[in-house]
Each structure stands twice: as structure tokens, then as C-alpha cells.
Design a protein around this ligand. Structure first.
Ligand SMILES: Nc1ncnc2c1ncn2[C@@H]1O[C@H](COP(=O)(O)OP(=O)(O)OP(=O)(O)O)[C@@H](O)[C@H]1O
Ligand SMILES: [Mg+2]
Length: 492
């Protein structure tokens, strides 16, 4: 009745002004303020709307009674979001904010250069007036950053390589990339669950550690050294790390890098949030050479100009300064001022022989965490049985489990060997376990015959094969080494 009275007595202008005044007064007394974030702002898509949507869809801390679930085509995950006209509370730095997803039907299609959707969508953010500065200064930036993270995680990651021998591509980049689709994850990785957890936590702390690294004045980078016999999952671990953090991988082929400055350029062209990998570091650079150089009275390898040739000074790989990445160049690469020209970088080196590495490379700060990838242990075996045969611990007889456990340590089989046996027999699970047990026993017997623990020769042999396959030059270098070691007979 009042409304009709108002409509008849007051002219529209006055009515409009009084509503405005009323709103203003009520706003003045209210302790809240509101922000509308519409999907389409004029003709432009509002970046913030998309970011908020992504952020709200992933934020596990958010609680809401009604959420919409979606799964995009080819996507590997469900996302949830706010249903139409529903609210959700989020907390940021101890401050509660309320998000409402407002969807209204667009009345009549107004003229526009491009077709607008039938619905008008937007988020309304309600905050306390006293929190306004916090929200405007940090919360929205935080949302944008989180959304970028999520976007990156959903995208394909890339595997970069420098295997073109230092030549640049058409855009002047030294790295070549392919989509990285390695399926290895921490779930599929067979290793001691406690060790695995420790590594995952370390990675998480690193990825979330921006303020920590800033506060402590450290460059935001971390080094991991993975060492252990071939086939124990070092490369799989790197893939799992990349998949876990959503980082790209730069697989640095040191044998393709000719000088220290080239190495530095490569580093400068890597993006942040990436893992820089040097596999088989002991094969890529002759680190033992350092002592030789010192003994012969020539310059120390820490001197950046030292002629530290891969394959040894006298091995003919070129005193002409051809292939000459020095240990100091490598140390500068991981640790020097140049290593900080980006941020959030992880360095991973792998080796089969940690004892061959120069202590300078191992000291903390360079390689912060040394991870030993061991032969298959009993907890690792259980993971493999679960992944390959879907066996839970309770599916197997106690006696079989005990037998497996008893023989496993003595057998010293790698997860790669064991998974091979399991894959071969995966149609018949019981047979797979039987064969595995037989293989383990056979190997354990062999090891016992060879005198207790497996001597280094077997590993060395596998190593040699690997190096011989890598390049004819490496093969040559290796022979040199063997002559020095005097056990050439071992080469087949
Ligand atoms: N710990 C593990 N968990 C699961 N699978 C593994 C593990 N170790 C090895 N494998 C399997 O064995 C294969 C070889 O492993 P990977 O290439 O990771 O070994 P590596 O330690 O890098 O060996 P290398 O020293 O020869 O490079 C992989 O395809 C993987 O499926
Ligand atoms: Mg490997």
C-alpha cells in the first residue's frame, strides 16, 4: 500500500533519489561493504571473475553446504564451485569473507559487438569495512596468484632439452620442449613410505616457502641428489616430483654444453617453477680430474678458467677448449649469483656412484637433500604388489609375505627388476607372486655364492654398458679410466 502511495504521490525522480538516500544511510550504518565482480565487464571478460571461480573451485579450506560439481572433457579432476545464488565463506589471514555467486537472466539482448550469454553472472564479495584494506591489498592478489597456480597445474607440463648442441631455435631459445606426460607419481613410486613422506613434505615446504626464503635471505632454490644403483627409480622420482609440484623439467645434457658461459646462458633461459635435472652427473663431467689437475701443479678447478676437460685433460677431448664445462662452472650454475636470476628452482642430480662425486658438489646449500634410492625393500615391495597386481597386504598369506620379506634383502633386486617379473605375469596374480619368490631366491643364492653382498662389479658392469651406449666418446673415455683402474677384463 505504501509503495502504491509513494508511486502515486511522489514523482519518479524523487522516488529514485529517496531510495538512493535510503541505501546510502543504511550503508553508512552497516558494517559491511560489497564488491561486485561481474563475468563480463562492458565487452571485456573480467580476469578477476575467472580467477575467483578457479580459486573457489579448488580451495579445500572452503566449506559450503551446496556446491556444484563439474568435470571438463579430458580433465583429470573434478572441480567444484558455487551453485547459482549460493554463498560460501572463506577465511584469509583470520578474516572471514563471504562470496555469493549471483546469476540472473539477462533481460533483453542489448546490442553488443559479440553475443553475450543469456545469463549474467558475477560474484559478490561481502567483507567487513574494517577489513577493506587487507582485502584490497592482499586477498585479491592472493586469489590471482592461486588461480595462476591452478591454471598451470591443469596445463600440460613441458620437458625441455638442450640436446641440439648449443644451437638456438628460431626464437633464440636454447631449449627445445615436448609435452611432459610421464605417469610416475609419488603414489606409484615404490620406496619407504616414511622417506617418501619426508620428501613430499620437503617439496611442499619449498613450494610454499616464498616468505621463508625471503625472510632468511636465501635464494629460493633447493638441490636434491638422488643416488643408488640403476633401476631403483631415480628418474621415476624426478617425474613424480614434477607431477607433484606441477613444475616443468629441464633435462640438461651436459655433454652437449661446450663452455661455462653456455651453461650460464642455458640457466638464464629456464623459467621459474621448474626442475633442472642433470642425470648421471658422474658420467657427464669428470670430477675426479680435479685432483689430477691439482697434483700436476696446474690451476685449481675452482678457478673458473681452469681447463677442466670432460674426459680428462690428457684423454684428447680437446685442449683446444672445445668441450670444457668445468666443475667450477657447474658449481656456479647451481650455487652462484646466476642461479638466483629466477626463483623457485629445484636442481636434481642423479648418480649411481655418490663416492665418485666431488665433496664440493655435495655440501649442503648445493645439494640440500641426499636421497638414497635403494634396492627394493619390503615396504616398497608392498607398494609394487599393490600397484601392479592390486594386492593388499591382507590378500596374501602370511607365510608367503614372511618368505618374501626374508629373502628380499639378500636378493638385492631393484624395483625395476621386480616390476618386470610382475608385469610379465600380471594376468595370473598368484603365479606372479610365485615367480617373484623364485626369482628372489635365485638372486639371493647367487649373491651368497658371490660372497655375501653383491660386489661393485655388477653395478659397474651395468654402468659401463650405459656409458658405452651413450656415445662413442664416452666409451673411449671409459676405456681410459679402466686402463687406470686395471680391471679391463670386466668389460664384455
Ligand atoms: N622405486 C620405484 N618405484 C616404481 N617403479 C620403479 C621404481 N624403480 C624403478 N621402477 C621402474 O623401473 C623402471 C626404471 O626406473 P628408473 O628409470 O626410474 O630407474 P633409474 O634409477 O633412473 O635408473 P638409472 O640409474 O639407470 O637411470 C621405471 O620404468 C619404473 O617403472
Ligand atoms: Mg634414470
Amino acid at each position: 500500500f505504501c509503495q502504491t502511495l509513494l508511486q502515486t504521490v511522489f514523482p519518479p525522480e524523487l522516488r529514485f533519489a529517496s531510495v538512493k538516500l535510503f541505501n546510502r544511510i543504511s550503508n553508512w550504518f552497516s558494517s559491511y561493504c560489497y564488491f561486485d565482480i561481474t563475468e563480463i565487464d562492458g565487452v571485456n571478460t573480467n580476469e578477476l571473475y575467472n580467477a575467483v571461480q578457479l580459486y573457489l573451485s579448488s580451495s579445500v579450506s572452503i566449506t559450503g553446504s551446496r556446491l556444484s560439481l563439474t568435470r571438463a572433457l579430458n580433465s583429470s579432476a573434478f572441480t567444484f564451485g558455487l551453485s547459482n545464488n549460493d554463498c560460501i565463506i572463506d577465511t584469509f589471514n583470520g578474516v572471514n569473507v563471504l562470496w555469493e555467486h549471483v546469476v540472473t537472466q539477462r533481460q533483453a539482448q542489448t546490442f553488443s559487438w559479440r553475443a553475450l550469454p543469456d545469463e549474467k553472472r558475477g560474484f559478490t564479495l561481502r567483507i567487513k569495512k574494517k577489513d577493506k584494506s587487507l582485502i584490497l591489498n592482499s586477498y585479491l592478489d592472493y586469489i590471482m596468484e592461486k588461480a595462476n597456480d591452478i591454471r598451470r597445474k591443469n596445463q600440460d607440463r613441458l620437458l625441455y632439452t638442450n640436446s641440439r648442441g648449443g644451437s638456438l631455435d628460431s626464437r633464440g631459445h636454447p631449449w627445445e620442449s615436448v609435452p611432459f606426460k610421464h605417469p610416475s607419481t609419488f603414489e606409484t613410486l615404490a620406496m619407504d613410505p616414511e622417506k617418501k613422506k619426508e620428501i613430499m613434505e620437503d617439496l611442499e615446504d619449498f613450494a610454499n616457502g616464498q616468505t621463508f626464503y625471503q625472510k632468511t635471505g636465501r635464494a629460493w632454490k633447493r638441490g636434491y641428489l638422488l643416488y643408488g644403483p640403476p633401476g631403483t627409480g631415480k628418474s621415476s622420482m624426478i617425474a613424480a616430483m614434477a607431477n607433484y609440484l606441477g613444475y616443468d623439467i629441464y633435462d640438461l645434457e651436459l655433454t652437449e654444453v661446450h663452455t661455462n658461459s653456455e651453461l650460464r646462458k642455458l640457466l638464464m633461459k629456464t623459467s621459474s617453477k621448474s626442475i633442472i635435472v642433470i642425470e648421471d652427473i658422474d658420467c657427464s663431467i669428470n670430477l675426479s680430474n680435479r685432483k689430477k689437475t691439482n697434483n700436476s701443479g696446474s690451476r685449481n678447478c675452482y678457478d673458473s678458467g681452469a681447463p677442466e676437460m670432460r674426459g680428462g685433460c690428457g684423454s684428447g677431448s680437446g685442449e683446444d677448449g672445445g668441450n670444457s664445462v668445468t666443475l667450477s662452472g657447474l658449481l656456479n650454475f647451481t650455487d652462484g649469483l646466476w642461479s638466483c636470476c629466477g626463483s623457485e628452482r629445484i636442481f636434481v642430480f642423479t648418480t649411481n656412484h655418490i663416492e665418485k662425486l666431488d665433496p664440493a658438489l655435495l655440501r649442503s646449500g648445493r645439494m640440500d637433500m641426499h636421497i638414497f634410492m635403494s634396492y627394493c625393500s619390503f615396504p616398497s615391495l608392498k607398494i609394487l604388489l599393490k600397484n601392479y597386481l592390486s594386492f593388499e597386504e591382507s590378500d596374501l598369506d602370511d607365510s608367503v609375505l614372511k618368505e618374501l620379506e626374508k629373502v628380499l634383502d639378500k636378493a638385492e633386486m631393484t624395483p625395476a627388476d621386480i616390476s618386470e617379473v610382475l608385469i610379465k605375469n600380471r594376468r595370473n596374480k598368484r603365479k606372479a607372486v610365485r615367480e617373484l619368490l623364485e626369482a628372489l631366491k635365485l638372486k639371493a643364492e647367487r649373491n651368497a655364492k658371490n660372497g655375501g653382498l653383491k660386489n661393485g662389479d655388477d653395478v659397474e658392469e651395468e654402468e659401463q654398458e650405459k656409458r658405452a651406449l651413450e656415445s662413442p666418446k664416452e666409451e673411449f673415455d671409459f676405456e681410459e679410466t679402466l686402463k687406470e683402474g686395471g680391471d679391463q677384463d670386466n668389460i664384455k
